[in-house]
Design a protein around this ligand. Structure first.
Ligand code: 0O2
Length: 217
């Protein structure tokens, strides 16, 4: 498949500029909503067909979101991408985000492999925080993919961040996010150590569940 990523980003920025001038920002964000819908359909098909063939559904649940305009604006400023946040937004990878929660670690990699093997899904970047967890213990597989969205007058290539993780990883990340937000200004001294210990417990749970799954199969 295609192409020059820098040229694609530039074209996305041009579209954003035009739409901003025309006062059509929501239309610009609509592209991300459509890209999410396309990927959600692909993931649902993979889930159902894999379950039919292997009698095992590799996807527990899927959530998605388009980043809020205020959050896009904040990130554009934080990254120093300029003051025209609408045109700079095309440089961000995570305006569209999908989170795929799987029963087992092996499912995470299998779903990632099946999704990125599709002809119209272009894999731009992989961050494997399962193989190399973050310092705080965060584990997940992040993919930045780009897919074509067929609009009424053109085709746009749209980037989507797909986060894949197990139920145990998702539990840890959801609670860590809440706690970190709550204690942002007054983190207790043992907080980081406790969190990474909890992440190790979650990883151990993943291993034990995978072993049980293997035995049953
Ligand atoms: P939201 O609301 O989920 O979108 P960035 O953080 O985006 O500036 P980078 O390197 O592009 O930098 O991001 P990275 O490391 O790939 O991770 C981005 C997203 O992964 C985050 O999005 C979170 O969803 C998730 N994530 C990464 N690290 C952690 C973590 O330590 N704890 C939790 N709970 N989630 C994490 P946002 O934009 O922060 O938020």
């Amino acid at each position: 498949m295609t192409t020059d990523p820098a040229a694609e980003d530039a074209s996305l920025r041009e579209v954003a500029d035009e739409l901003a001038v025309a006062g059509q920002l929501p239309r610009f964000l609509l592209m991300y909503k459509f890209a999410i819908e396309e990927l959600m359909t692909k993931l649902r098909i993979l889930s159902e067909e894999f379950d039919f063939v292997h009698q095992h559904d590799p996807i527990e649940h899927i959530t998605s979101r388009v980043k809020r305009p205020e959050a896009i604006k904040e990130k554009v400023h934080r990254r120093g991408l300029g003051t025209d946040w609408v045109s700079a937004a095309g440089a961000l990878d995570d305006i569209a985000g999908i989170r795929v929660v799987c029963p087992f670690v092996s499912d995470v990699y299998e779903v990632a492999r099946m999704l990125t093997a599709q002809d119209d899904v272009e894999l731009l970047r992989t961050k494997d925080y399962i193989a190399s967890p973050k310092a705080n213990g965060y584990r997940s597989l992040h993919l930045i993919v780009r897919i074509p969205v067929f609009l009424s007058d053109r085709v746009e290539k749209v980037k989507v961040e797909v986060q894949l993780r197990t139920i145990a990883m998702d539990f840890w990340a959801a609670v860590e996010h809440k706690l970190s937000y709550k204690y942002r200004d007054s983190v207790p001294p043992d907080f980081a150590g406790e969190l990474s210990a909890a992440a190790r417990t979650a990883a151990d749970l993943d291993r034990r569940m995978a072993a049980l799954h293997e035995r049953i199969r």
